[in-house]
Design a protein around this ligand. Structure first.
Ligand code: SF4
Length: 407
């Protein structure tokens, strides 16, 4: 029998923590967009559809977020966000308005690359020491440029490949949308917004960011980044325009952007083991024996996606509720099995019914906060001070969950 009280307890606590400690993406500090925001950093929502050049502010922010989530896949989120902010500001000062005229990025490719290189150097000077301490690494290894390998994201020194693939591809999405409209002799002040919201739900939109045959980013974006975009677009920046009030675009209509912090916290607390057995996770290569640092078992979080919650029977009452959430809010048709990655949507929905108005973003922010401030990726995390320690099974019942596994 699944212990739903335990799962709901973890979800509620994480969402409470996340709602108080959500990460702020500092777009309000990006010089060309500062006037979109109030002094306290909130968006001027009543001016969101005002024109800035040919496009609305809403459209420009969505374009910025798309590039941001692609770059965010690299190491050191703080550094990456700073890099995008500083490069954008510098290019706009030179009239290279990459979010208003994406083609400028390529026309002035030499300047774009030089700016990325020089801003990277200055960020490295500020961030490398802290990053090295947090990651038990050396400051000389600090590098925000990344590429894909069979083991996931790795550092790269080849700046051209990084710039064209990671900056260029997401900038090409609105560019192609504009070109397609032109060929039909149409015009729009928000082609990206129109495209995103043409999908029935935020979850379908997130999946199509990667998979769409014409506009999908393919290898340039991972599942986590697609779902991070949905989180930012729907719940954090609240940019939804056409679909307000539509069940497919609510705060629980997209899946959690699972990253290594999320996986580590959910595993150590016992959350994941409530849904499937250790043997299941090993057979799916979510747990890879001896592949973690120092001979520990490695938790490969991305392998959880699409896996079945084997402990939930399709005959149970909870299965009916799951069907309802998937059908009504994710708009994904009628599933035959319960997917682990969608359990948070069900829990957040159930919390809503109980009067706790949290979002999937709150749950994810809670995971990020715990993962980066307490549940460090080594054998001695900050359990004593962790706000989950009274309900964490790793801390209270089974220390192996902490000591034996790494992400
Ligand atoms: S109590 Fe310890 S193991 Fe559990 S979530 Fe907190 S830091 Fe991680």
């Amino acid at each position: 029998m699944i212990d739903w009280e335990f799962l709901l307890g973890i979800a509620k606590r994480l969402a409470e923590i996340g709602s108080r400690n959500g990460e702020i993406l500092p777009i309000f500090k990006v010089e060309p967009f500062k006037h979109y925001f109030e002094k306290d950093g909130t968006i001027k929502y009543d001016e969101l559809d005002e024109y800035d050049g040919k496009f609305t502010r809403r459209e420009i922010l969505a374009r910025y977020l798309l590039v941001n989530v692609v770059l965010d896949q690299g190491p050191d989120m703080i550094g990456v966000r700073e890099l995008l902010k500083n490069v954008t500001t510098s290019l706009y000062r030179q009239e290279i308005r990459i979010f208003h005229r994406p083609l400028d990025f390529f026309k002035e490719l030499g300047i774009s690359i030089d700016e990325i290189l020089s801003k990277h150097e200055s960020i490295k000077e500020i961030r490398a020491e802290d990053w090295a301490k947090e990651n038990k690494s050396s400051p000389s290894k600090y590098n925000l440029f990344f590429a894909q390998s069979t083991r996931g994201i790795i550092s790269t020194r080849q700046v051209l490949g990084y710039v064209v693939h990671r900056w260029g591809v997401p900038l090409c999405v609105p560019l192609l949308l504009e070109k397609d409209l032109e060929s039909e002799q149409k015009i729009s002040s928000q082609p990206l917004i129109d495209y995103l919201e043409s999908y029935r739900s935020a979850e379908i939109m997130a999946q199509q960011l990667k998979k769409s045959e014409r506009y999908g980013l393919g290898d340039a974006i991972g599942d986590k980044a697609c779902h991070l975009f949905a989180k930012l677009y729907v719940s954090i920046f609240k940019l939804v325009k056409h679909k307000i009030g539509d069940n497919g675009w609510t705060d629980f209509s997209y899946e959690v952007p699972f990253d290594s912090n999320a996986g580590r916290v959910l595993f150590r607390t016992g959350f994941l083991l409530e849904l499937a057995s250790l043997a299941d996770y090993e057979s799916w290569k979510v747990i890879q024996k001896g592949e973690g640092k120092g001979g520990t078992d490695y938790i490969r979080v991305t392998n959880i996606r699409e896996k079945k919650a084997t402990k939930i029977s399709y005959k149970s009452e909870i299965f009916e509720e799951y069907l309802y959430v998937v059908h009504e809010f994710l708009k994904m048709g009628r599933p035959r099995t319960v997917k682990i990655q969608r359990i948070p949507n069900l829990l957040i929905y159930k919390l809503h019914q109980m009067g706790h108005k949290f979002s999937v973003a709150d749950f994810d922010d809670g995971l990020m906060y715990i993962g980066t401030n307490y549940c460090y990726n080594h054998g001695e995390p900050g359990c004593e001070d962790c706000p989950l320690n009274d309900i964490c099974r790793g801390y209270n019942e089974n220390k192996k969950l902490i000591q034996k596994y790494r992400t």
